[in-house]
Design a protein around this ligand. Structure first.
Ligand code: HEC
Ligand code: HEC
Length: 265
């Protein structure tokens, strides 16, 4: 027909009103995807950030919109100041979705979720070869989170003092539970919220450090997948004799003792 949906919307306001929702949806079906003419292509420009300013903004952000929002806003808020441009119109508020491992479901730690998005936004893309650098940075961040004693950043005006723990997992559920064990504090207490605010600050800060290193051309992964996990993956992951699962999380965090019939490893 040679008439795009946009032409219709622009050129024939009265006509469009007459279509109703069903009519528009019907016309759109089968057409090529609309090009994103207004969107800034990835990667968005990055400028070296003050990692402590990112941490403080992440900490404050936690008390406004929780972990995912805090980590994302920690970095994107500082980029809004330093770069402006597309960052000025990004609705960071949407990152509240990631709270408590997505809507409190306790899957992926929200601070990791928000931070991974900032990494992809500033270093990634869908073009061929566009994701490798971003994925390398994200994997380093996740391995660091799984293996280190965290939180490793103390906010300037903390509400409580917080003990450290090792999560052994990128999951909110495991991370929170291991901290509750270490601290003997309840999972819905104010202290636990403060712990996650510190975690948010720590993750945002570490992410900014990785992005700074990447921008300076000196990024090098410092945390490898544990050898025990590599052994498991050797049989169970891509290319293994079984190839019946996939994962780059510490297997031992959930499979404490594989059961009967399991080969000696
Ligand atoms: C040498 C190859 C090999 C390695 C290494 C290996 N597995 Fe397995 N795994 C197997 C085989 C074979 C089975 C049995 C499959 C069946 O019976 O269907 C199995 C079964 C399992 C099962 C299901 C049954 C059970 O025992 O619970 C789990 C879970 C599992 N492996 C986890 C792991 C983890 C975690 C590691 C690393 C600590 C690991 N595997 C390392 C070969 C391997
Ligand atoms: C977040 C927890 C978690 C982590 C981490 C995890 N798994 Fe699992 N895995 C599960 C659950 C839950 C199931 C399904 C229930 C079951 O069979 O135990 C499962 C199932 C499996 C099975 C199939 C078991 C069967 O009955 O045949 C294998 C094999 C397995 N996982 C291997 C791995 C390996 C290898 C890793 C590390 C790369 C890993 N898992 C990491 C939770 C986890």
């Amino acid at each position: 027909m040679g008439v795009s949906r946009r032409d219709l919307l622009r050129g024939a306001g009265g006509l469009v009103l007459g279509f109703g929702m069903g009519g528009i949806a019907g016309l759109t079906n089968g057409m090529a995807a609309e090009p994103q003419t207004g969107a800034a292509l990835l990667p968005w420009p990055y400028k070296k950030l003050d990692v402590d300013a990112v941490a403080e903004r992440g900490y404050e952000g936690y008390y406004k919109g929780a972990c995912c929002y805090g980590a994302f806003e920690g970095i994107v808020g500082e980029l809004r100041k330093a770069v402006g441009g597309p960052y000025s119109t990004f609705p960071t508020e949407m990152m509240v979705f990631g709270e408590g491992g997505v809507a409190g479901i306790s899957t992926l730690c929200g601070s990791l979720n928000g931070a991974a998005m900032t990494i992809f936004l500033t270093t990634g893309g869908a073009e061929k070869g566009g994701k490798e650098k971003a994925f390398a940075l994200i994997r380093e961040l996740f391995n660091w989170y799984e293996q280190e004693q965290l939180p490793d950043y103390t906010p300037r005006n903390p509400r409580f003092q917080i003990v450290r723990s090792v999560s052994r997992s990128p999951l909110c559920h495991v991370s929170v539970t291991n901290w509750c064990k270490a601290s003997k504090v309840k999972s819905f207490s104010k202290e636990r919220a403060e712990r996650c605010a510190w975690i948010t600050a720590s993750v945002a800060r570490h992410t900014a450090q990785l992005l700074n290193d990447n921008a300076a051309g000196i990024f090098k992964a410092a945390h490898a997948i544990p050898a025990s996990e590599q052994t498991c993956r050797g049989c169970h992951d891509q290319g293994g004799v079984l190839e019946n699962t996939r994962g780059m999380m510490d297997c031992g965090g959930c499979h404490f003792t594989p059961k009967t019939r399991h080969p000696k490893v």
